[in-house]
Design a protein around this ligand. Structure first.
Ligand code: MN
Length: 409
C-alpha cells in the first residue's frame, strides 16, 4: 500500500487541484515570515519554497510576503504559475518534494493576502436594491432611474479591509430616527452584514484610458467572498446626498483565499435579461463568454444558516463594473478591490443582509442563540460559497468569518 498523502484528496474535494486559491500564511515557528501559500485540501503548500525546490522560473515572484508582485505580473504569469502549481500537486514525480512543503491548515495563521489599493463597492443585485428602496424610500420608486443604465457604486475605505477571522468592533456614530427631534450618539443598534463577492485587480491601467469589457480578464486576477459590515442606523442618517460613509467604513472582511478567475470558468452563466438598451461600453449582449457567475453563497450566524444568496441573479457583471469604474479614465492599480454589492435572490431565504431578512428589524429571526433583528456582540458571521466546476466537481471559495466585539466609544 502506498503511504497516505495529504495530496490524496477525497473525490470531489472542493479544494482539489482544480481550485488552488492563493493566500498568505505564517507558522508558529516563524511568526514574522509571511509566505505565499496555495490551498490544497486542508493543507497549505508553501508556494515560494516549492518553486525554489523545483527550480521554477517564478521562484522569485512566489518568494514574497504577499500576492501583490504576482498580481502585477499579469495574465501570462498568472496562467503559467497556475499550470506549474497544478503539475506540482498532481505529478507523481514531485510528490515527495511537495509533501514536505505542506502545512496543515489548522497549524498556520492566515493573513491579508494582498495590500488593498482602492476599494469600490457596487449595488448590483436588483432584488437587493429593490428591497432596500422599499425599506428606505417607501413612498418613491424602489429603483432609482439610473439603476438599469449603470452599475451604481461608491468608493469605500481600503485601509479597513481585513482578513477573515479578524474581530469587528461595533462602531459608534450618529443616528436619528424619524421620531427623534435631534440626533444621538452611541454604538450602532443596527449592525448588519452584506454577503458579497470581491474582485481583485492585478494589472494596472493608464489614467485617462478606459478598460473595455473585453479586457476584463487581462486586469482581474481573482475573486473572494466579502462581508461589507454595515451600521444601518448610521447609514440611514448620513447617506443623503453623498452615499455611504461611516456606516460602512469601519470594517470590510475578505476571505484569506483569493480564487483565480480560471478556477470558476465552468460556472460562467448569462446574466439576467436586460430591460433597457445599454450604452455600448456596457453592452455585453454579443459577448462570446457569459459574464455572470453561478456561485452559491451560504450565510451563517453562530453556525445557523440564515440565507443562501445566489450570485447568478446579479444584474451587473464584474466586467461591466470594471468597464464602468474606468470609463471616465480613472486608472486601476494593482490590489484594487471591487465588490459586487449585496447578493440577494428573489426568495426570502436568498437575501444577503439582515436589513432585508428582518425587513429593517420588523420581523425578528429565531436562532438557537436567541432572537435577532441585527447583530449582537459575540455573534459570529460566516459566509461560504461554491461554484460548479468542470466534470461536476465543486470549486470551494474560502470562507469569510468575523466576530462582533463590543464598542469602544
Ligand atoms: Mn455593500
Amino acid at each position: 500500500m502506498p503511504e497516505h498523502s495529504p495530496l490524496d484528496l477525497a473525490e470531489g474535494d472542493p479544494f482539489g487541484p482544480h481550485n488552488l486559491p492563493y493566500g498568505v500564511f505564517t507558522t508558529d515557528e516563524e511568526p514574522d515570515r509571511r509566505r505565499l501559500g496555495v490551498r490544497i485540501g486542508n493543507h497549505v503548500l508553501d508556494a515560494g519554497a516549492a518553486a525554489q525546490t523545483l527550480g521554477s522560473p517564478y521562484a522569485t515572484l512566489l518568494a514574497r510576503p504577499n500576492l501583490n508582485p504576482l498580481l502585477a505580473a499579469g495574465r501570462t504569469a498568472w496562467r503559467d504559475v497556475r499550470r506549474a502549481l497544478t503539475a506540482w500537486v498532481t505529478v507523481p514525480a514531485h510528490r515527495r518534494d511537495i509533501q514536505s512543503l505542506l502545512h496543515p491548515l489548522d497549524s498556520v495563521t492566515l493573513h491579508m493576502p494582498y495590500e488593498v489599493a482602492d476599494y469600490v463597492d457596487f449595488y448590483s443585485s436588483e432584488h437587493h436594491a429593490t428591497n432596500v428602496g422599499q425599506i428606505f424610500r417607501p413612498d418613491g420608486d424602489a429603483l432609482p432611474p439610473n439603476w438599469k443604465h449603470l452599475p451604481i457604486g461608491y468608493h469605500g475605505r481600503a485601509g479597513t479591509v481585513v482578513v477573515s477571522g479578524t474581530d469587528v468592533v461595533r462602531p459608534s456614530g450618529q443616528r436619528k430616527s424619524p421620531a427623534d427631534t435631534d440626533p444621538v450618539f452611541g454604538p450602532t443598534r443596527k449592525l448588519d452584514i452584506e454577503a458579497e463577492v470581491g474582485f481583485v485587480v492585478g494589472t494596472p491601467s493608464e489614467q485617462g484610458s478606459p478598460v473595455a469589457l473585453a479586457d476584463y480578464r487581462d486586469h482581474v486576477f481573482g475573486l473572494s467572498l466579502l462581508n461589507d459590515w454595515s451600521a444601518r442606523d448610521i447609514q440611514a442618517w448620513e447617506y443623503v446626498p453623498l452615499g455611504p460613509f461611516l456606516g460602512k467604513s469601519f470594517a470590510t472582511s475578505v476571505s484569506a483565499w483569493v480564487t483565480p478567475l480560471e478556477a470558476v470558468d465552468a460556472a460562467r452563466v448569462p446574466p439576467p435579461d436586460r430591460d433597457v438598451t445599454l450604452l455600448p461600453y456596457l453592452d455585453d449582449a454579443d459577448d462570446d463568454e457569459p459574464g455572470g457567475l453561478d456561485l452559491r453563497i451560504t450565510v451563517m450566524i453562530n453556525d445557523q444558516v440564515v440565507a443562501e444568496p445566489p450570485f447568478a441573479t446579479m444584474y451587473w457583471t464584474a466586467a461591466q463594473q470594471l468597464a464602468h469604474m474606468t470609463v471616465n479614465g480613472a486608472s486601476l492599480r494593482t490590489g484594487d478591490l471591487f465588490a459586487s454589492g449585496t447578493v440577494s435572490g428573489p426568495e426570502v431565504h436568498q437575501r444577503g443582509s439582515l436589513l432585508e431578512i428582518t425587513w429593517n428589524g420588523q420581523n425578528a429571526m429565531e436562532l438557537p442563540t436567541g432572537t435577532r433583528t441585527f447583530l449582537e456582540d459575540g455573534d459570529v458571521v460566516t459566509m461560504t460559497a461554491w461554484a460548479e466546476g468542470a466534470h461536476g466537481v465543486r470549486v470551494g471559495l474560502g470562507e469569510v468569518t468575523g466576530r462582533i466585539v463590543p464598542s469602544r466609544a
